[in-house]
Design a protein around this ligand. Structure first.
Ligand code: NAD
Length: 294
């Protein structure tokens, strides 16, 4: 029998994700506060719901893809738990703080529902293409039920442990990415000042110990390495504002458990400087221009 998914939050990411559920044979009941987002979802074959409560009433599972923790806590309220079908699985794919993810999961459990936090790696292109990576926090039983739904929207679905651990994996990964991108940018900028050609430095470092994803998959220098946002004036890709959001979540999480994250803190300060220059909407590898003094 066709499974029905209530999909709440059909923006840049959620729109493509819901379209992939539809392509994979799920029925989708869509709700968003934005008329444009709803119209786009209808265009892909989703049914429009009048509210989040209306969306979940007949659904076998609920997927949310919302901006931040406050929105997630607002959507998973008492009224939604009252309206959802007994046994419906709840999946939050938004990137939010670990503490809120654990609080919402606990509220769901108290109301009798299984829930996973399943934030994603990959941007809008991966959401549209169904090639996201999901890092999932929740019980073994909840993960087993969530797996086929997430697999319809992604290329990898990885169980990270109990509730909140998906968010923990996401922010630790992005803190690492934020810092390695800055280190890659400053190395290229210094190499240039020392008279070392960028392509030559790439050829050496990409097969040496300085190699990282930021260098060989997302090189910040135009014309060097694979095609990246650097080749497109730093448009598209992963916005500085979103990296900054994740680094703020990382510092908050670090403070909550007394983890020492000096590199994460430095990365947050540098992306904040880039955002203050009016570059929050550019790709995060545009950091190299700031470090080159442009
Ligand atoms: P977005 O702003 O494009 O979409 C969010 C949608 O949620 C909007 O359409 C908005 O109208 C809707 N919404 C907000 N509050 C709502 C409510 N109470 N009820 C119903 N709908 C509501 O954001 P996005 O880029 O799609 O990102 C969504 C999440 O994915 C964020 O947590 C973000 O950090 C994460 N993420 C984004 C990217 C990316 O490249 N854009 C990559 C990885 C993860």
């Amino acid at each position: 029998m066709t499974q029905t998914i209530a999909f709440i939050g059909l923006g840049n990411m959620g729109g493509g994700m819901a379209a992939n559920l539809l392509k994979n044979g799920y029925a989708v009941r869509a709700f968003d506060l934005s008329e444009d987002a709803l119209a786009r979802a209808e265009g892909h074959g989703a049914t429009r719901a009048a509210s989040a409560i209306d969306a979940v009433a007949e659904a076998d599972a609920v997927v949310t893809m919302l901006p931040a923790g406050g929105h997630v806590e607002q959507v998973y309220d008492r009224a939604l738990f009252d309206a959802a079908r007994p046994g419906a699985l709840l999946l939050d794919c938004s990137t939010i703080d670990v503490a809120t993810a654990r609080r919402v999961s606990e509220a769901a459990a108290t109301a009798g529902f299984e829930m996973v936090d399943a934030p994603v790696s990959g941007g809008i292109a991966a959401a549209n293409g169904g090639t996201l990576t999901f890092m999932v926090g929740g019980t073994d039983a909840a993960f087993a039920k969530a797996q086929p739904i997430l697999a319809a929207m992604g290329k990898a679905v990885i169980h990270a442990g109990g509730p909140g651990n998906g968010q923990a994996a996401k922010i630790c990964n992005n803190m690492l990415l934020g810092a390695t991108m800055i280190a890659t940018c400053e190395s290229f900028a210094m190499a240039k000042k020392l008279g070392l050609d960028a392509q030559t430095f790439y050829d050496i470092s990409s097969v040496s110990s300085g190699q990282s994803w930021s260098m060989t998959s997302y090189c910040p220098v135009p014309g060097v390495g694979p095609q990246t946002p650097a080749d497109n004036g730093y448009q598209g890709g992963f916005a500085v504002g979103l990296m900054l959001k994740d680094l703020k979540l990382a510092s908050e999480a670090a403070a909550s458990v007394g983890a020492s994250v000096p590199m994460g803190n430095a990365a947050e300060a540098l992306y904040q400087m880039l955002a203050n220059r009016g570059e929050a909407g550019r790709d995060f590898s545009a950091m190299i221009e700031m470090l080159e003094g442009k």
